[in-house]
Design a protein. Structure first.
Length: 322
């Protein structure tokens, strides 16, 4: 029997409930996994709230575990292998589950389960943003909102490793220390800070090459003011609420800006991109480039994990332990 977390209806964290089900045997091209650590991400919150539609009343897009059974046609991974996975089908909030075998990425013994669960999807997101959306490297200046969050810290570490200058924004002095520890060169503190003015001062009015905005709400319009002509703004979330419509005239031709709205879920549905990014993330973990002080919650405490993440009471990554 497997313990799963179901969503009664779109809404708050109180809509999450625990249930016990009997899993069917894995079908052809599937594996069964006994899960040991399950990542918690903002996309889970967006799906729980109904902002992103769900094909079933299940949440969770990543986990780490051990293969316990395989279906027909599966030659790899094998029973007993430690694996990580990310992407669709959703439903990672479970003690056990069946999954398409092609999603499984074998893990080396040198990387702990919780280390992978803390960084896997966020690391793949960072790789997509730092390589596909805008090729960050030596001489690049980036602006990163919520730099003390789970994704923010990973983005900061990786961008700095690539040679970029990182300007981060945070809501408090405590979180500023977290962002600096992750490697941010400059940190703008305060939810009401005039970060556009401060970015202009830090860049001699040039603006940054690329800005990553996971805050949404009214922040995106202000972020447009921070980017140089022909620079890129990546809108990657809306933790502060819905994003007002963007007038195309706000992008150009005078400003000549490029606005991206990339989806890591769509990115991970491309098998080749998924494999390349997953390998890059695991290599970065082994090399110490990507580290995260993850906070563990019991699977039964998933509502509290959501409330802490949504309320900004967490710093770093969150994961569930069945």
């Amino acid at each position: 029997m497997a313990t799963i977390i179901r969503l009664r209806a779109p809404g708050g964290a109180d809509q999450l409930e625990s249930a016990t089900i009997e899993l069917p045997p894995p079908q052809a091209d599937e594996i069964r996994i006994r899960q040991t650590a399950i990542g918690v991400n903002f996309i889970d919150i967006y799906q729980r709230m109904g902002l992103y539609p769900l094909p079933a009343a299940m949440l969770g897009v990543e986990a780490v575990g051990v293969v316990t059974a395989v279906g027909a046609n599966v030659s790899s991974p094998g029973v007993g292998d430690r694996i990580a996975y990310a992407g669709t089908p959703v439903g990672a909030y479970a003690s056990e589950r069946n999954l398409p075998a092609w999603r499984a990425v074998n893990l080396p013994p040198s990387i702990a389960d919780e280390a992978v669960a803390s960084v896997f999807v966020k690391g793949i997101t960072a790789y997509m943003l730092l390589s596909r959306v805008y090729p960050v490297g030596v001489g690049t200046t980036v602006l990163l909102h919520s730099a003390a969050g789970g994704l923010g810290q990973l983005m900061t570490r990786w961008a700095r490793h690539l040679g970029a200058t990182v300007i981060g924004t945070v809501g408090s002095e405590l979180k500023a220390e977290t962002a600096r520890d992750a490697g941010a060169h400059h940190v703008i503190v305060g939810r009401d800070a005039d970060f556009a003015r401060e970015v202009a001062s830090l860049t001699d009015a040039r603006g940054v090459d690329v800005a990553y905005d996971g805050v949404g709400g009214a922040t995106l319009a202000k972020t447009l003011l921070c980017v140089r002509p022909f620079g890129v703004i990546a809108s990657i979330g809306q933790s502060a609420g819905a994003i007002p419509p963007v007038d195309v005239e706000d992008l150009g031709p005078r400003r000549s800006l490029m606005l991206a709205r990339p989806s890591v879920m769509a990115y991970m549905n491309q098998a080749q991109d998924y494999r390349i990014a997953a390998d890059a993330v695991l290599s970065a973990v082994r090399e110490g480039i990507l580290t995260s002080a993850g906070t563990a919650y019991r699977l039964s405490d998933v509502a509290q994990a959501h409330a802490d993440l949504e309320g900004g009471r967490s710093s770093g990554s969150l994961y569930l332990v069945p």
